[in-house]
Structure formats: structure tokens, C-alpha cells
Design a protein around this ligand. Sequence first.
Ligand code: AMP
Length: 195
Amino acid sequence: MTVDILPLGLPGSGKGTVAKILAERLSIPHVSTGDMLRALDRQSDLGSRVFARIDVGDFVSDELISEMVEERMILPDAKNGIILDGFPRTESQLPIYDALCARLGRTPLFVELKIPKKVATLRMQGRAEKENRADDTPEVIAHRLENYRVLTAPLVATLSLAGRLVVIDGDKTPDEVATAIEAARESLALPGMEL
Ligand code: AMP
């Protein structure tokens, strides 16, 4: 069984940090859709259209993101699973992702890193100072939090209602959060524990 770990949570919930730790511990790739998009050349035709959206905190199209993810998932190093950070992140992307999993024979483990909104905002402000990311200015942070509330929170609710979500306390150290996710991944292998 190829299990992909999908961390969900507010921007600033620590998804990226925890994903990096898990990638190291489990020797599987960390695939971040945000990083993939930011790696595009700003001067290229596609890059200029993508940056026009991500710089202001708007989402790119479902088609573009699903194509990018599929191309990444079929690479040889993804055969033992990946940590997929950033897709799906809207309800409309869930059926696209589920179809992809069915086609490629992969099992998703959705985990929500739950943290208070205040903690998320403070963490994003801290990151803005450290990394100088164009999408971590106060206005864009507010917009991304709003996008989460409007677009991603319904996806999280749908997964939860369907019994497909493991909720983890994200207000802990990244190592502790990673260990909790590893435990959830191990329990997937137990009979009757499919999510
Ligand atoms: P992140 O680094 O995950 O916060 O992503 C940075 C930006 O990339 C987001 O604000 C979106 O503009 C874009 N992005 C990343 N993943 C997706 C996705 N699944 N669907 C649409 N846009 C995305």
C-alpha cells in the first residue's frame, strides 16, 4: 500500500516544517505545491501568470495544480509515498485528487494540524521577517487566512464528516507533531483502520 500523507491546516500551522521532518524520518519526498509554484521562472509565460496570483494570496487553477501534482506523483522517488503539502486545498480539488489516487493506486492519510488562528498569524509574521516571502505581508496574510476559512475549511469539514480525517494538536513542537502523524500512519496498516 502506498500511503501519501496530506497535512492540512491554517497557513502557519506548521505543515511545511512538519512535512520536512517526516520526509527525513520516513525517507519519502516532501512535495509542496507552494514550493513547486514558487520555483517557476517569474519571467516565463506560465510563471508570470502564476506569480500574479500567488503574490496576492489568490489560488491558481485546479487544472494547473492537479497536472503539476500528477507529474510529481509518477516520478520513481514517489513510489513509496510522499508528503503532499498543499493539494487538495478546496472542495473542488478533492474529487480530482481522489480520482488521481484511484488511478495511481495510492492511499491518502489526511491529517489536520489544529492550531488557534492567533498562533497561525504570529507564526506567519515571524516567517515574513525571516524569509522575506512576498506573500507574508500583513494584508496577504489576512487574505490567505480568509481563503482558508472560505475555501479550505469546508474541505476539512467534508473530510471530517466522511471519517477521513485525523486531527492532531499542531500547537506542539514540530517533532511531537511529526511523531503523532507517524503513529497515525502506522495505525493505517492495522486491519479495519482504513480512513
Ligand atoms: P503555500 O506555500 O502552500 O501556502 O502556497 C502558496 C500559494 O500557492 C497559495 O497561496 C496559492 O496561491 C498557491 N497554491 C498552492 N497550492 C495550491 C492549490 N492546491 N490550489 C491552488 N493554489 C495553490
